[in-house]
Design a protein around this ligand. Structure first.
Ligand code: SIN
Length: 528
């Protein structure tokens, strides 16, 4: 086994990972590993933009109100305040890095509107390619400052004496490698690939969630998976997101007869919170009807949304009468590895940022475009925290006490994804969730410690999806209520008990009955 040591390991090269790498590179030796190419993943696909309340007409307080309302007040309010308050610093950092956010003819930032925002506060770049612009710029900035290891497959975290001491995996030649460090940051993104229809990149197989689970880290709120209402699904089931910002510019959801479908369902109509819109679209489709996104009233559609327009044009014959057929799909996990505002987990020297982490910002349903803000703010706060910690010169290397787990049979990933959509999708019931759990039980084993390194990359992805699906399904089963994106038709109302209770994982599942004390008091880190 090849072993090497660094000061900070970052797993993942989306917005959170790259920004943390950049921030920390001035004071630490940073090694960033990514399972495919640098920058690949969900951030680069982000269309809508980044939400930030910076204008005079807007306020952090109003942004907070919108976030809490969309999140069904299940958010961690303190965490939400600390992230939303960071918006000015985040945006000035991104402006200074040279990200070309779009401006109007007057030279002001051209702010977009998305569902459940009471103000136009979404900064976007290249019309609908905000993520791509941000990632490209960050890649330029980290070049020569950060050690980047592409095509590195992380199998598991290295645990020693209750601490995280690094990662074990395989490099692109298939050589087993252990990388050790005083700080390990999981920034590996979400898990949309647990479902067959998803906006997520193919890399999003829940790797960080699953390895944290196997290491015994605390995860929470795994039952809260957000489905995006508008995706264009091609025949091969690859989905292209049709940004909510299209509805912010006048796009309308209509039925086959061109009748609007949202007006009677919510006072905000087409800009209702995402969980509501996705449910309405899904119910239409389930009843055998079709739903379309009408772009008739969107000015300059091709100019404002060039990436989407090019995709739609590529799907010949799809755009008829200015209408695009839509289908909901898995989009964003509100839960994840439980962290405090600094990105610290319950395991010493293990940190998490970005979608893989659960800060508590999103509650039961994320407000659109809050995720890029969360990823950036969390990267800045975590960097501040790590910079303030002393480097241990006498840090003890782990002794490689590896116990490689033998695997049961693993599921066929394509089958797992179809079944998850069928039995644990937008609308859930006990009956379906039990079917899903029983199917997963055939393959799932609770395991602590590193997986067998004889697993192929494909088998590892299946194992990570299996562990992630296991947490989603079991948590959804015990939460006997409906709240935000967690919709149970057998328990259609919010329950008082569950408003304060959290489904947590620390190896196995348990329920914490006091949500407010879930992460303890965070320390204060002051960087001097
Ligand atoms: C979108 O552009 O509709 C997605 C934005 C988001 O999910 O935050």
């Amino acid at each position: 086994m090849r072993t090497w040591h660094t000061e900070v390991i970052i797993i993942g090269s989306g917005l959170a990972g790259l920004l943390a790498a950049l921030e920390l590179s001035s004071v630490r030796k940073v090694t960033l590993v990514t399972k495919s190419l640098l920058g690949a993943g969900n951030s680069i696909k982000a269309q809508g933009g980044i939400a930030a309340a910076l204008t005079r007409a807007d306020s952090i307080d109003q942004h907070l109100k919108d976030t809490l309302q969309a999140g069904h007040y299940f958010n961690d309010k303190e965490a939400a305040v600390s992230i939303l308050e960071k918006a000015p610093e985040v945006m000035h950092k991104l402006f200074a890095l040279g990200i070309p956010f779009d401006k109007n003819r007057k030279g002001e930032y051209d702010l977009a509107q998305e569902g459940a925002h009471s103000e136009r506060r979404i900064y976007h770049a290249g019309g609908d390619s905000t993520g791509a612009h941000i990632i490209e710029k960050l890649k330029e900035h980290i070049a020569d400052r950060v050690e980047v290891v592409e095509a590195f497959t992380v199998y598991d975290l290295v645990m020693d004496e209750g601490q995280c001491k690094g990662i074990i995996g395989k490099d692109k030649k298939g050589q087993t490698s252990m990388i050790t460090a005083q700080s390990t940051i999981v920034a590996s993104g979400g898990c949309g690939q647990v479902y067959d229809i998803t906006s997520n990149a193919e890399e999003s197989t829940g790797d960080g969630l699953a390895m944290a689970y196997r290491a015994g880290a605390k995860l929470m709120d795994m039952e809260f998976m957000q489905f995006h209402p508008t995706m264009l699904v091609s025949n091969d089931k690859q989905a292209c997101l049709l940004s909510e910002a299209i509805r912010g510019e006048g796009g309308r959801l209509v039925d086959e007869k061109d009748q609007p479908i949202m007006e009677r369902r919510h006072p905000l109509g087409d800009l209702a919170p995402r969980s509501i819109t996705a449910r309405v679209v899904w119910e239409y489709i389930k009843s055998g009807r079709k739903v379309f996104l009408s772009i008739k009233h969107v000015d300059n559609f091709h100019k404002r949304f060039p990436t989407i327009a090019a995709h739609v044009q590529g799907e010949r014959g799809i755009l008829m009468n200015d209408r695009i057929p839509v289908h909901p799909g898995a989009h964003f996990l509100m839960g994840g590895i439980s962290v405090n505002k600094w990105g610290e987990t319950n395991i010493e020297n293990l940190y998490a940022i970005g979608e893989v982490a659960c800060t508590g910002l999103h509650g039961a349903n994320r407000l659109a475009s809050n995720s890029l803000l969360e990823a950036s703010a969390s990267a800045l706060m975590l960097s501040q925290c790590i910079k303030a910690k002393a480097i241990h010169n006498n840090w003890k290397l782990p002794e490689a006490p590896m116990i490689f787990q033998e695997e049961k049979d693993l599921p066929d990933l394509a089958e797992l994804k179809v079944k998850m959509s069928q039995w644990a999708g937008i609308i859930k019931t006990k009956k379906d969730l039990l079917k899903m759990r029983s199917w997963l039980t055939r393959f799932h084993s609770e395991c602590r410690g590193p997986l067998s390194l004889s697993l192929t990359k494909e088998a590892l992805a299946a194992r990570n999806c299996l562990d992630t699906a296991w947490m989603i399904v079991n948590a959804a089963l015990v939460r006997e209520e409906s709240r935000g994106a967690h919709i149970r038709t057998d328990y259609p109302e919010e329950s008082q008990y569950w408003s304060d209770s959290t489904v947590c994982w620390e190896g196995s599942m348990r329920i914490e009955e006091s949500r407010t004390t879930k992460r303890g008091e965070p320390n204060e880190y002051v960087f001097t």
